[in-house]
Design a protein around this ligand. Structure first.
Ligand SMILES: Cc1ncc(COP(=O)(O)O)c(C=O)c1O
Length: 470
C-alpha cells in the first residue's frame, strides 16, 4: 500500500491535522484562522493583498536538510544537494538554499542568472538541458559551472568556451538507461498505470545517451584537453513509489556506469542522479491521499541500489549529486485566495475565488489535485460539498468536491503545496496580473516578489505606428 486515503473530518482544523506532514509550518490560531510560519492568513491578505503566494522559510530549510541528512548518512563520499530552480525560481528561495550550502541545477540562461543572483557556489552547480545555446554554454563555462552534456555538438561549444576563458571545463554525460524490468511496469505514482510503461516513456524522451553513444562520447571526452570529464548524470523523474522499481532504476544507472568503465577505462568522480524525490503530499500524484514512502526509505533504496553495483569494481565511490526541486519547495508555499461570490443553483454551489487554475497549471495539464482549507474559518463545521472555481474564462476548477463550512465573500481559502511548478508555470491568461509572494518565518512576513500590475502584463507589447489611431 503506497498511499493512505484522507479520513472524513469535521472542519478545516481537523482536515489540516489529517494531512499535515513534518515540515509544514501551518497551524490554527485562537480565532480559528490558519497561520503560516506563525502569521495569520487574514493579516497576510490585509497587508499584501489577494491572491498571495506565501512561502515558509523554515519549511524550505527543513526539507533541504532532510534530503542532505538522508543521503549523507548513507553515502560514503561527499553529497551535493542541488536545488532544481525550475520548481520555483524565486530569488529569495534560492538565497535560502545558498545559505544552507546547497548547490543548484539550472536549465538555460534564466535559471543560471537566478541561481547566481541567489548567491550559489559555481562549484556546486550543474547546467542541464537538451538544447543549450552557445551563449548559455559560454556563460556556464565562464562561471565554472559543470555542464551535463546531452547533445554531441555541445562538446565543440564547451571546448570553444574553455579555450576562450583558458579553463578546463567540467562536464558530465547524461545517460538514458533502458531496463527490461520496466517494460510492463506503469507509473503508480502519477496515477497513470494504465498508460505506457515506464520503459516506453524513458525510451521516447529526448534526454540522455544510450549505451553505445555514451561509450563513444566517453572515449572522445578523454582525448579533449579542454574538458574535465567528471561523471555521469541520470534523471528519470518520479515514476513509482515501489521499492523494486526504484531499485531497478538506480541499479540500471550504476550498472551502466560500471559497463562504461569496462569499455573505456573511465571512472566517474561524480554521479548526478537528478531530482524526482517523491513528496508525501504531492498534487502531481493526482490524488489527495498521502504517499507513504518517506525520505529515509527512499534514500536507503536509491543508495543501496547504486552502491551495491558501483562497489563491485573496488574503485573509489564517486561524490553523489542530487537535483531535488519539488521535495524542497513543494509544501513550503500556500496560495491564499479570497472568495468573491458564491453561486447556488441547480443543487450546486460554486465558490468563486479571486485567482485561477492558470496559477496552478498542472491542474489543467496533469490532473493535479490540491488540498484546500477554509483559512478564515478553520473551526467552522463542514456543511456541504462545493466546487471551488477561479475567475478566468475557462472552467478553472480548483476542486470539484470540496467540503466547506459556512463561507461568505471576503473569506480566504488556502491551497496547499503550491511551491512547485506553480509560480514558474503560471500565465497571465485573461490579462490577469500574477500575485505577489511573501516569505514568512517566526511570525514575520516579507515581500519577496511584487504583485504584477495590468501595465506589467502588457509592458513588452508594441503597436506598430501604422496601426495607431489618430
Ligand atoms: C534534470 C532535472 N533535474 C531535476 C529536476 C527536478 O525534479 P523534481 O522537482 O521532481 O525533484 C527535473 C525536473 O524536471 C529535471 O528535469
Amino acid at each position: 500500500m503506497n498511499s493512505v486515503s484522507i479520513k472524513k473530518t469535521a472542519n478545516g482544523a481537523e482536515y489540516l491535522k489529517s494531512v499535515q506532514i513534518g515540515s509544514d509550518c501551518l497551524d490554527v490560531d485562537q480565532r480559528g484562522i490558519l497561520t503560516i510560519g506563525g502569521v495569520a492568513a487574514d493579516r497576510l491578505v490585509a497587508e499584501f493583498g489577494s491572491p498571495l503566494f506565501v512561502i515558509s522559510e523554515s519549511t524550505v530549510r527543513q526539507n533541504f536538510r532532510a534530503v542532505r541528512r538522508a543521503f549523507s548518512e548513507r553515502w560514503p563520499a561527499p553529497v551535493n544537494v542541488m536545488y532544481a530552480i525550475k520548481a520555483n525560481n524565486n530569488l529569495a528561495v534560492r538565497a535560502i538554499v545558498s545559505a544552507e550550502g546547497g548547490g543548484g541545477d539550472c536549465f538555460g540562461m534564466g535559471e543560471l542568472y537566478a541561481t547566481f543572483q541567489g548567491g550559489a557556489d559555481p562549484a556546486l552547480i550543474a547546467m542541464n538541458g537538451s538544447l543549450k545555446t552557445a551563449q548559455e554554454i559560454d556563460e556556464a563555462v565562464r562561471r565554472g559551472v559543470t555542464i551535463n552534456i546531452d547533445a554531441e555538438d555541445e562538446i565543440d561549444k564547451v571546448c570553444a568556451a574553455a579555450r576562450k576563458y583558458g579553463v578546463r571545463a567540467k562536464v558530465m554525460l547524461r545517460l538514458k538507461i533502458l531496463n527490461d524490468y520496466l517494460r510492463n511496469v506503469g507509473s503508480d505514482y502519477m496515477g497513470i498505470s494504465d498508460e505506457a510503461g515506464i520503459y516506453d516513456r524513458i525510451e521516447a524522451i529526448k534526454f540522455g545517451f544510450g549505451p553505445d553513444m555514451a561509450a563513444a562520447l566517453t572515449r572522445r571526452l578523454a582525448d579533449l584537453p579542454e574538458l574535465d570529464h567528471v561523471g555521469f548524470h541520470y534523471h528519470v523523474g518520479r515514476y513509482s513509489l515501489r521499492k523494486d522499481v526504484i531499485t531497478e532504476l538506480y541499479s540500471g544507472f550504476a550498472q551502466a556506469v560500471v559497463r562504461l568503465h569496462e569499455q573505456t577505462g573511465f571512472w566517474p568522480r561524480i554521479v548526478d542522479i537528478g531530482g524526482g524525490i517523491p513528496r508525501e503530499r504531492d498534487p502531481e500524484s493526482r490524488q489527495l491521499a498521502l504517499n507513504q514512502l518517506k525520505i529515509d526509505d527512499y534514500a536507503e533504496t536509491v543508495c543501496g541500489a547504486l552502491l551495491s553495483n558501483l562497489k563491485t569494481t573496488g574503485l573509489p565511490t564517486p561524490a553523489l549529486w542530487l537535483e531535488p526541486g519539488r521535495y524542497i519547495i513543494g509544501n513550503a508555499s500556500v496560495l491564499l485566495t479570497t472568495i468573491g461570490t458564491i453561486k447556488r443553483d441547480l443543487g450546486r454551489i460554486w465558490v468563486n475565488v479571486d485567482s485561477s487554475t492558470n496559477l496552478l497549471m498542472r491542474i489543467d495539464t496533469s490532473a493535479s489535485r490540491y488540498h484546500i482549507l477554509p483559512a478564515t474559518g478553520m473551526t467552522r463545521s463542514f456543511k456541504e460539498p462545493a466546487l471551488i472555481v477561479g475567475l478566468t474564462c475557462i472552467p478553472s476548477v480548483f476542486s470539484a468536491n470540496q467540503s466547506i463550512p459556512d463561507l461568505a465573500a471576503g473569506d480566504v481559502l488556502a491551497i496547499l503545496d503550491t511551491g512547485m511548478y506553480s509560480e514558474t508555470t503560471s500565465t497571465q491568461f485573461n490579462g490577469v496580473p500574477r500575485p505577489a509572494t511573501v516569505l514568512v518565518n517566526d511570525g514575520d512576513a516579507e515581500l519577496i516578489k511584487a504583485r504584477e500590475t495590468v501595465e506589467d502584463v502588457f509592458r513588452l507589447h508594441q503597436i506598430p505606428e501604422r496601426l495607431r489611431g489618430e
